[in-house]
Design a protein around this ligand. Structure first.
Ligand SMILES: *Cc1c(COP(=O)(O)O)cnc(C)c1O
Length: 449
């Protein structure tokens, strides 16, 4: 499979290059040149397959031309060592719990898959040997407001040939999240930046653009711009469809995804393009409503993010927006108006303030006993507000409520139990490197590594 850039000015890449580079030379995002449809028989029998079997079929459609099939099976099974159950919350609303992975984040799947795929290419090389010199360490830079850092750090932990630098804003991630990437050691370095998330992001972006640094070391990104990180998230949606189909409820299915950088929903949309029979999608936003506004007006106007209770969705310029436009404009063949029309036919949006998020959490808990986290709350409420008669809705619960324990306890007046897996992280010793938000300091640090 070949990959092209959404900006259309970079050379076509193979999968190896797309994974190692992350971003194309023209700063665009890589897109597969084809999206393989899955056969009818697959969907006819999908409810008899388990998560791993479904994921392997989907993985073969994406990556089967470029990765040895036995190795791919191994990568899929290693990535999906957990379940992601679909359970009824009330009436026609189901929750798809994406938080049963190693760090209790939905990003665990993409992070682990990417780590294993990168390792595969480091070991086997590819047609284009120029992209990776054997024995050269690949350095993954990742900026995080919480969840990405922990998922990536744990996904890459102990994977040889790869070193991970996690940049996070000092004092602005929850204590539980912080210990999930600062206590690991080995090939994981946590960098505590005296600034906000946008400063971390800016440091990473500047590093990728700095020639001297790129000559010194091989840098890549593990944010959802990377095809190996966002595409595997489609596994979730095929599996959710299968589980709902087994209940006989899949005919008018609406999938609702709490969205920040739009990687997760983008993978669901790729699933739809592969034939996944979902009627329509809802992108649920917090107060950062750039996509919502785009749906209303057809204009995309990125702005600085605002801090909310659902902080993993505090994104003012969602990177995967470019992929969504590219997908529905058929690589810029359609006009912006026609593209907008296609998008609004399939995807609707909603946006919630912190007050509304709190109210939703309280109302849902009182009515159903289900504990929503602030991100999932946006998804749940979007279904409550938007489902039409005859539709069945599934929303992604993207984080375990214990990851936002202080907030959830405070809002609901309860004491959320911390799962053992999370507790284990909290017992480790924090190690981090202090950093200013000045790029030159960060650069000097990396040049010494
Ligand atoms: C990352 C994240 C999101 C947003 O996902 P995107 O793929 O960036 O849209 C939502 N909720 C939680 C808990 C997350 O960690």
């Amino acid at each position: 499979m070949k990959y092209y850039s959404t900006n259309g000015k970079a050379p076509i890449a193979d999968l190896n290059k797309a994974v190692v580079k992350g971003l194309a030379e023209d700063r665009g995002l890589y897109m597969p040149e084809r999206i393989n449809k899955l056969p009818k028989e697959f969907f006819n029998n999908i409810e008899q397959m388990n998560f791993q079997e479904i994921a392997y079929t989907v993985a073969c459609a994406f990556f089967g031309e470029d990765v040895d099939l036995d190795a791919l099976l191994d990568i899929v099974n290693d990535t999906l060592s957990f379940d992601c159950p679909v359970t009824k919350v009330k009436d026609n609303i189901y929750t798809l719990e994406l938080f049963h992975g190693p760090t209790l984040a939905f990003k665990d799947v993409g992070a682990r898959f990417m780590a294993r795929l990168l390792q595969y290419f480091l070991r086997h090389g590819s047609v284009d040997r120029n992209d990776i010199a054997t024995n050269e360490t690949v350095n993954v830079l990742v900026a995080t407001s919480g969840d990405t850092g922990s998922a990536v750090a744990n996904g890459f932990l102990g994977v040889d040939g790869i070193h991970v630098y996690v940049l996070y804003p000092k004092g602005k991630v929850s204590p539980i999240q912080e210990c999930q990437f600062t206590t690991l050691g080995k090939n994981i370095t946590a960098i505590e930046v005296d600034g906000v998330f946008d400063d971390c992001q800016a440091l990473v972006k500047s590093a990728f653009m700095d020639q001297e640094l790129n000559q010194h070391m091989k840098l890549t990104s593990a944010n959802s711009i990377n095809v190996a990180r966002f595409l595997p998230q489609a596994f979730y949606y095929f599996n959710a469809y299968a589980r709902i189909k087994a209940l006989g409820e899949a005919d008018n299915l609406v999938m609702c995804v709490p969205s920040g950088n739009f990687g997760n929903i983008c993978s669901a949309l790729f699933g739809h393009a592969m034939g996944l029979p979902v009627k329509r999608f809802i992108a649920a936003n917090n107060a950062n409503d750039i996509f919502y506004k785009y749906l209303q007006t057809g204009k995309y106007e990125p702005k600085a993010s605002v801090q909310t209770l659902a902080n993993a969705m505090d994104v003012g310029d969602p990177s995967n927006f470019a992929r969504i436009i590219n997908l529905y404009s058929e690589n810029n063949q359609l006009t912006p108006e026609a593209t907008h029309h296609r998008i609004t036919n399939l995807i609707s949006g909603s946006t919630y303030s912190d007050e509304q998020i709190k109210e939703t959490m309280r109302q849902c808990y009182k009515e159903t006993g289900y504990i929503l986290d602030p991100h999932g709350a946006c998804g749940y409420q979007a279904l409550v507000d938007g489902l039409q008669p005859g539709e069945v809705g599934v929303f992604c619960e993207t984080a375990h409520p214990a990851k936002f324990k202080e907030k959830v306890d405070d809002i609901l007046g309860i004491d959320v139990e911390i799962p053992a897996r999370l507790r284990a992280f909290m017992e480790g010793q924090k190690q981090s490197v202090q950093m200013t938000k000045d790029f030159n300091d960060f650069k000097q640090y990396l040049l010494k590594q």
